[in-house]
Design a protein around this ligand. Sequence first.
Ligand SMILES: *Cc1c(COP(=O)(O)O)cnc(C)c1O
Length: 821
Amino acid sequence: MTELPARTLDADGLASDLRRHYSHTLGRDKYCTTPHYAYQALALTVRDRLMDRWKNTNYAYIEQDSRRAYYLSLEYLMGRALGNAMLNLGIQDAATQALGELGLVMEELADCERDAGLGNGGLGRLAACFLDSCATLQLPVIGYGLRYEYGMFRQEIADGHQVEEPDHWLRNGHVWELERPEYTQRIQFGGHTESWTDEFGKLHVRWLNTHDVLAVPYDVPIPGYRNGTVNTLRLWKSAATDEFDLGEFNAGSYTESVRAKNDAEHITMVLYPNDASESGKELRLKQQYFLASASLQDVLRHWIKFHGSDFSQFAEKNCFQLNDTHPTIAVAELMRLLMDVNGMEWEDAWGITSRTMAYTNHTLLPEALEKWPVRLFRRLLPRLLDIIFEINARFLKQVAQRWPGDTERLARMSIIEENHEQMVRMAYLAIVGSYSVNGVAALHSQLLTEGLFRDFYELWPDKFNNKTNGVTQRRWLAACNPGLSRLITESIGGDWVSDLAQLRRLLPLADDALFRERWRTVKFDNKVRLAALVQDDCGVSFDPEMMFDVQVKRIHEYKRQLLNVLHVIHLYDRIKRGDMGDWTPRAVLIGGKAAPGYAMAKRIIKLINNVADVINSDPDTFGLLRLAFLPDYRVSAMEVICPGTDLSEQISTAGKEASGTGNMKFMMNGAITIGTLDGANIEIREEAGEENFFLFGLTAAEVEALRGNYDPNAIIAADADLMRVMALIEAGQFNQLEPGIFDSIVHAIRNPHDPWLVAADFRSYVDAQRRAAAAYRDQDSWTRMSIINSATSGKFSTDRTISEYAADIWKLQPLAAYDVK
Ligand SMILES: *Cc1c(COP(=O)(O)O)cnc(C)c1O
């Protein structure tokens, strides 16, 4: 079938398509008043423009037979698509004009879109930013993930407690996806393996009596920035096979057969809501294998379609980036597909696998390191377990050759942990199977080679490298902060949107009083917008003249929201004691979700809410201090939060936050960081200059040195401020009607084994907060710091990060899409 000419990008063309979609595609009439259908009509109108470019991108990739990279990730925290698509197509103004002619308001329609929350936090958002940069850099990269029916839970706060509500984000339809049933794959589970010898004496393995599930792909377009490229995110949905019911049905067990269908469809039902910890649940392993197998079969299908059964060039043309250990079973699955399905010998298959897999580590926390019981593997994926044992046997032979007689090292490095229960160590499988292993910030990559992966670093030093994370400035500055965007573009031109290093040209303007005034005005307007969100969602009024002090991220002990609360209680204590000399009025905002099974994190949320109630209802604090907990922190909320923030809280225990990316969004939008020497904070401080960063706390080395002789009770006893803060909590000032509920928090702080060293960093944190408060009172100097932070944030664009992945790991060249005619 020949193709239609492309849709035009002007306001008239947009308006006429919008009306056509509204009345014909969606069948709505003039009496329909909900903005939802107008949103859908607009989204379809924008999608038409993406379709033209999407095909031309694919044609270029196929016809140039380009090398490709595949990003395998269990999470993609995409947020909303409409604003990003309009920005990248360059049709924001035309679309706004078209809506105006039809009597519609852009913001109202945009707010109808649900966030695609298919991720927990930083790791999932990183995957989303990466895809945006890959498309902008015109790199042939395909994202593979799962189409969860329910994404990250919606967080409500009831009586100060977190309540989880299911996120049925697809309920009102999802116009950004395209179902591709023609590329459905079949995934096997269970059964057993059998070996047999063919007529030439070659040994084969069959995986038999499996329970199969179908994987149906849904494609989501990923537009590049004004370059004609639209890449693909392919998300798999699980479905029952057609024959699911036959056996059971014929035996008269109709309901049993429907249950089998249910089981199949359960695989992609829900995202596991754990951030930085593993649940060890069978369904989670099924999800991981489902993603790996469907994606690899899809890549091999494509390969065979265009290259036949000759795999000699496969490793030259393909590579897979594993986003953490979650998709690591892909190492064994590629071996299986190459050997069992495509008849290859072990050595050839391993040559391909170990030259195509690359692994990104995201954490040093031991509780996040995935291990699966061998028993579970044997039941669920028997053929994969055989292959993992063989990979391990050959690997350990190599180790033994390099370090003869070192049996302790063999046990340490084995992919199989031999404890009371045998476990598969997924991180080790990833390292052994990959040609590249990277951390996500300089400190993190260094700590990996010195600690967690030291043995492997000694064996293969060249495998290890660093790729400091970033964020895309398209979403995190250009789209979410139109005021600042306009000011920047008026001052230095618009090239920064695809070349963030250009922001350095703002540096001289930090000395320009008029520019500072304009910068301050934009920040003030953004604070008004954030204050409205806080008023609507928390019922707390933030005065935009106050310093907006913000910590939003997953709630976790290592991120130390608790330290933040202790400081707020300290400020409250100062007010109550009349110690208000040199006071800076402050509005503190904390937001984030706790994993549903993480009791301590949930208790910290309760403490924040209770402290907020006491402070906000005490007339003594009026005009001096406000505290609010923002429910349901998510991408679309962050798009309002980071532009309106003055002070960005990045206060993790040093050595625990692998990189952080929230810190980068705040910096880009002109917030100043108060932070520890952890993750990318170190690089942020290097770029901004130490005089434009509020540093506090122990270093990672000092944290390690303190273990074993940490005495929090002595620290508390020696610090009058901390002593009073603890006394307030212990006296029940924040839980007068709920006795004992914060005991666990007090014990955690006072415990000599507190891994997060909250008490140890309190004094240094309070001092840094004093410096920040003083700096804020000199608005001119604060604005200078704000401008400098934004101007030096160029390094933290994912365009820089992805250029490094493309050059060092993927060996990918940009390839332009064919022109749209
Ligand atoms: C950026 C972002 C994160 C990551 O924040 P960190 O402070 O780096 O932990 C998590 N969730 C959302 C919604 C984000 O936008």
